[in-house]
Design a protein around this ligand. Structure first.
Ligand code: 1CP
Length: 336
């Protein structure tokens, strides 16, 4: 088994828990800082505040890992696109310009992100040694969704855009991969222990393109990580039973399940890999007994395999932090 098991599974309890999107959105202590910092990109470039936001869920819930407060869209930002976060709508990027994109270089790129690396450094200094610090990137396809505005409000892909050869999608993916690997290395050098690769929109890729737009770019990034001994977690959300193929081709150290994947199917079909997550974040809107029942299914199913307890996607903004606390305590005290 990979070094991920050593790093992510709490050495004292042999259990591990953290939650996707655990910092931010639903936490009152985040909302307070956010209300004083209207520009989200500027907030993501404020090393001290990012470090403070990263540590908020650790202080509140004592989870085993911290995920650095940042955003996957900091990469398109550093590559020259203007990024705005519009209230009740989401991210909006300025029009992609291929010529400008090609004018980027490593030095320019890392200079724009240097405050993220500083945030990681400060966080590592203030984080308990027993806890992991997780860095992350968006996989190329998921970034392209935003960079090229590939989907509409109903989460449907524009096939005419996707098939437009003038867009040079293959070239953009290959260049993005190069910059993403640079960003991973910089985050690890700054003190992060692990990288999670979010392919949150992988489920929107047409079947025939999944190899080119999901498996291969993720494989290239995972190979890069393995060459440098960087523990890696892949999250190819929404690809249903192609999780099996993904695991066999990409071979990440850890694979994060979305909520559509049946845990029993995953146990049977995803072997020799650390499994993470799966629990539907919407369950936290239900009464406690339903939450505990759903959590038990995952804990029981994976009790004999390395498993990181987590959700199948990020915590939703309307989540009650007390429910999160109860869920984590339930997991910690579980004896079954
Ligand atoms: O308006 C606000 O207050 C900003 C809300 C917010 C926050 C707190 C956004 C805008 N991004 C973040 C931080 C963030 N983004 C983190 C760190 C917090 C944590 O996880 O603890 C991480 C890991 C991300 C990653 C991210 N950003 C993803 C991949 C994970 C996922 O949920 O699928 C994606 C797709 C984004 C894009 C993004 N950023 C923000 C929004 C509203 C969106 C669109 C997707 C969404 O609605 O979540």
């Amino acid at each position: 088994m990979s070094n991920l098991k050593k790093i992510l599974i709490n050495k004292k309890t042999c259990k591990s828990v953290w939650l996707m999107r655990q910092a931010g959105r639903y936490l009152p202590e985040f909302k307070k800082i956010r209300s004083q910092n209207k520009n989200f990109i500027e907030l993501c470039l404020n090393s001290k505040l990012c470090s403070e936001l990263t540590l908020q869920p650790i202080k509140r819930f004592d989870v085993d890992s911290a995920i650095i407060f940042s955003d996957i869209l900091m990469v398109p930002y550093a590559l020259g696109q203007e990024v705005k976060f519009i209230k009740n709508y989401g991210p909006e990027l300025s029009k992609f310009n291929f010529k400008n994109f090609k004018e980027n270089d490593e030095k320019k790129f890392t200079k724009k992100l240097k405050n993220i690396y500083e945030a990681i450094k400060i966080t590592r200094e203030n984080l308990d040694k027993d806890k992991s610090l997780i860095s992350f990137i968006g996989a190329p396809w998921t970034l392209l969704i935003y960079m090229l505005k590939l989907k509409n409000d109903k989460n449907e892909i524009s096939l005419s855009k996707l098939n437009d050869k003038n867009l040079k999608i293959d070239q953009i993916i290959s260049d993005l991969n190069k910059y993403l690997c640079i960003h991973i290395k910089k985050q690890i050098d700054a003190g992060a222990d692990v990288v999670q690769i979010f392919d949150s929109w992988a489920g929107l890729i047409p079947e025939k393109d999944i190899n080119n737009y999901c498996f291969l770019p993720n494989l290239e990034i995972v190979k890069f990580c393995k060459n440098l001994g960087i523990p890696n977690i892949c999250f190819p959300k929404g690809i249903r039973d192609r999780y099996k193929e993904f695991k066999e081709i990409v071979k990440p150290d850890c694979i994060s399940l979305d909520s559509e994947i049946n845990p029993v199917w995953a146990k049977k079909n995803l072997k020799n890999v650390v499994i993470q997550g799966g629990l539907d974040p919407k369950i936290l809107f239900r009464p406690d007994d339903e939450i505990f029942k759903a959590a038990t299914k995952y804990i029981q199913t994976f009790k004999d395999t390395p498993y990181i307890f987590n959700l199948g996607h990020g915590l939703l903004p309307e989540t009650d932090p007390d429910k999160v606390d109860k869920l984590i305590k339930f997991y910690r005290n579980f004896n079954g």
